[in-house]
Design a protein around this ligand. Structure first.
Ligand code: HEC
Ligand code: HEC
Ligand code: HEC
Ligand code: HEC
Length: 192
């Protein structure tokens, strides 16, 4: 445990590595480089048929419920069994995969940001404070320089949370990326 801590301290002490690292679980425990604006802001543009209705698709997904799940009796029971004396929604070891922005300075959270939105746009795409404007968004390279994260290696990305560290993971669990992506797929229509 202590060894792991030292290793992670060494790792996060290099800003370049921070930027290169898209592992959300780890990003969340570090100071983010960019502010979070919240799904309502991303959804202002990403809700039309032409864009691909990302907001609606996300709202229908379980990711949108991930924080609320922590407020259930079932979650509190799991947290207790794991030896935590705080409710699940106040336990960092649960929040790290079920929420975003719970551990950052208030000044980094925009007025529309809600921790209750659970696993939200910016959990996966990075804090949008600096890339959310139309002119930046239209320029993929610039957007990425300003914090937009895209995940060409989806296999590697999803399992940063979907893994055996999750208390509800069983020995029979496995993550089928293709099947799971088909449940949350939100691509921009090609013929827009
Ligand atoms: C002002 C409107 C606007 C807002 C707000 C906005 N976007 Fe975008 N976004 C766009 C447009 C336009 C594109 C480019 C679409 C295209 O290339 O056809 C885009 C592209 C993207 C892409 C695809 C990048 C690529 O080329 O692969 C992602 C991912 C994305 N946005 C995520 C977000 C997230 C997350 C937020 C909130 C933090 C957000 N956007 C806020 C308008 C917006
Ligand atoms: C930040 C952590 C995190 C990341 C990254 C993440 N997920 Fe999830 N995912 C969760 C949590 C937490 C739940 C459970 C939410 C609930 O039920 O409260 C979940 C649930 C789901 C579900 C619903 C469960 C089911 O069996 O239908 C799907 C589908 C899913 N995730 C797909 C994906 C895919 C695909 C990726 C990668 C593109 C991904 N997730 C990345 C945390 C994450
Ligand atoms: C490593 C990431 C991770 C951590 C840490 C984590 N979870 Fe989860 N949790 C998930 C994922 C992913 C799922 C979705 C499982 C699935 O695919 O159905 C999930 C699902 C759940 C569910 C079931 C939701 C349902 O659909 O019934 C509960 C309850 C839950 N988690 C509680 C907790 C509690 C309490 C903690 C802290 C003690 C915790 N989790 C920590 C990733 C995590
Ligand atoms: C669980 C993680 C996850 C969440 C939550 C999530 N996305 Fe994505 N998103 C991805 C992945 C993975 C891709 C495919 C690879 C890529 O282009 O980033 C993607 C792709 C996109 C694209 C580009 C589609 C294309 O055709 O190029 C846009 C736009 C986008 N997401 C916007 C959003 C918005 C807006 C939200 C919130 C309403 C959101 N995403 C929530 C993981 C996520």
């Amino acid at each position: 445990m202590f060894k792991k801590l030292i290793l992670s301290v060494l790792f996060i002490s290099t800003p370049l590595l921070w930027a290169a690292n898209s592992d959300t679980t780890k990003t969340d425990t570090k100071a983010p480089l960019h502010g979070f604006v919240g799904t309502a802001v991303c959804g202002m543009c990403h809700h039309t048929d032409k864009q691909g209705k990302q907001l609606d698709i996300w709202k229908e997904s379980k990711h949108a419920q991930a924080y609320k799940t922590l407020e259930t009796d079932e979650a509190n029971k799991i947290a207790k069994e794991k030896g935590f004396d705080t409710p699940a929604a106040k336990t960092e070891a649960c929040l790290k995969c079920h929420a975003t922005g719970y551990n950052v300075e208030a000044s980094l959270l925009g007025p529309k940001f809600k921790v209750e939105d659970g696993v939200q746009c910016e959990t996966c795409h990075g804090g949008g404070g600096d890339y959310k404007t139309l002119s930046v968004m239209k320029n993929k390279k610039e957007a990425m320089e300003k914090g937009l994260q895209i995940h060409e290696d989806m296999n590697a990305f999803c399992v940063t949370c979907h893994n055996s560290e999750s208390p509800t993971w069983t020995k029979d669990s496995k993550f089928d990326t293709e099947a799971m992506w088909s449940k949350i797929k939100h691509t921009i229509p090609a013929d827009k």
